[in-house]
Design a protein around this ligand. Structure first.
Ligand code: NAD
Ligand code: ZN
Ligand code: ZN
Length: 389
């Protein structure tokens, strides 16, 4: 089959690889119909996630048709059309019982590696480095889905692939970002990053009752989509001081909640940006927490900072004093997407939201390298690339 393989920093190639096989009773094999490139894939592409090996198959946002199931999978059969959440979860461990599927205690066979970095391991994820299991991803014609009796959800024929594809990751992620804010009527929510996750966080904040959402980025086309498609007010961080502007917009108090939808590769102004770039290059910090620092400083006293942007390791100049002295709450997580599949599918079915509005590029799987290049450089007004397998 064809699959998009990580071949090194900024080098992905679609090549021929062996077809996946059923290895365990609870596996299924899915023929992928649609798959997407995630902002998280860019962290792998840019070489910021440890544990990648040449030839690893990328991709964790995918859907398709079941072609084979192991003996232990009773809820699926060949021909079913399913979306597959990006974390791999056993459904029975302590984490899964608490619906923390992304922290499954049984799905990362390389837990020892993750424990060295994080103290404890997360669950396994598709196509996301050997640190989280080394599972082959879904930017491929076929993919093996472990614990297929727990993850995949059948989707109704009345909805198109594009309408349901983002249930696999970024819609639940944007939604969780808003949910963690504990939004109350009248709340103002600020969102750093107007990428796909940021856009879906804005939409979700309104669904959950925010009165105003203010979105921050520097790309004009992304700052246009935020009001046009998601209803946010916007700030271009290259033109004004974000902290001052947010104060002016919120009677001096700051937003009630701040969502970091940027993560470890934030861009910023000199000299802080130069500082973080240099420290990251010298491996003295792994991540550039520029948006996160700003979100913490901007948040009103007693407010919540919700972090869905991905961080890999260690950060510098973390404003802990602001957190303690101003009673802030920080919440975060890799999204336990399983938990959100059904409720968010229902929102799509009711017509409350159609996450496909973020798609700007559609191309065959064979063009994955071009898709990565457009998305990473934000060229051709690229917001979200969907690959057809
Ligand atoms: P993206 O690269 O398209 O978007 C990131 C945006 O942040 C860009 O538009 C960029 O201009 C903007 N940005 C950079 N620096 C900024 C700053 N200082 N202030 C404001 N905006 C800034 O990526 P995406 O697909 O939207 O993903 C965003 C983040 O969400 C990534 O870190 C990704 O790994 C993460 N993510 C997390 C989960 C999860 O489970 N927690 C799931 C999916 C994606
Ligand atoms: Zn993702
Ligand atoms: Zn589990």
């Amino acid at each position: 089959m064809l699959a998009n393989c990580w071949m090194g920093k900024k080098d992905v190639r679609v090549q021929n690889v062996p077809d996946p096989q059923i290895l365990n009773d609870r596996d299924a094999i899915i023929r992928v119909t649609k798959t997407a490139i995630c902002g998280s894939d860019l962290h792998l592409y840019n070489g910021f996630v440890p544990g990648m090996q040449r030839g690893d198959i990328l991709g964790h946002e995918f859907m398709g048709e079941v072609v084979d199931v192991g003996k232990g999978v009773k809820n699926l059969r060949a021909g079913d059309r399913v979306v597959v959440p990006f974390p791999i979860a056993c459904g029975a461990c302590n984490a899964c019982k608490h619906e923390l599927y992304s922290a499954c205690e049984n799905s990362n066979p390389n837990a020892w590696m993750a424990e060295k970095l994080w103290g404890h391991s997360s669950g396994g994820f598709f196509g996301y480095s050997h640190l989280v299991g080394g599972f082959a991803g879904g930017q491929a014609q076929y993919v093996r889905v472990p614990f297929a009796d727990v993850g995949p959800m059948k989707v109704p024929d009345s909805l198109s692939d594009e309408q349901v594809l983002f249930l696999t990751d970024i819609f639940p992620t944007g939604y969780m970002g808003a949910e963690m804010c504990g939004i109350r009527p009248g709340d103002v929510v600020a969102v750093w990053g107007c990428g796909p996750v940021g856009q879906l966080a804005i939409v979700s904040a309104y669904l959950l009752g925010a009165e105003r959402v203010i979105a921050i980025d520097r790309f004009e086309y992304r700052l246009r989509m935020a009001p046009d498609k998601a209803g946010a007010e916007t700030i271009n961080y290259e033109e004004v001081s974000v902290l001052e502007t947010l104060k002016e917009m919120t009677a001096g108090r700051g937003p009630d909640a701040c969502i970091d939808a940027v993560g470890m590769e934030a861009h910023g102004h000199l000299p802080m940006y130069a500082y973080d770039r240099a420290k990251q290059a010298m491996k003295l910090e792994t991540d550039r927490p520029i948006a996160l620092r700003e979100a913490i400083l901007a948040c009103r006293n007693g407010g919540t900072v919700s972090v869905v942007g991905v961080y890999g390791g260690f950060i510098d100049k973390f404003p802990m004093g602001a957190v303690v002295n101003r009673s802030l709450t920080i919440r975060s997580g890799q999204t336990p997407a399983h938990r959100y599949l059904r409720p968010l599918l229902e929102r799509i079915e009711r017509g409350e939201v159609d996450p496909s509005f973020i798609i700007t590029h559609r191309m065959p799987l064979e063009s994955a390298a071009e898709g990565f290049s457009l998305f990473v450089d934000k060229e051709d007004d690229c917001m979200k690339v969907v690959l057809e397998a």
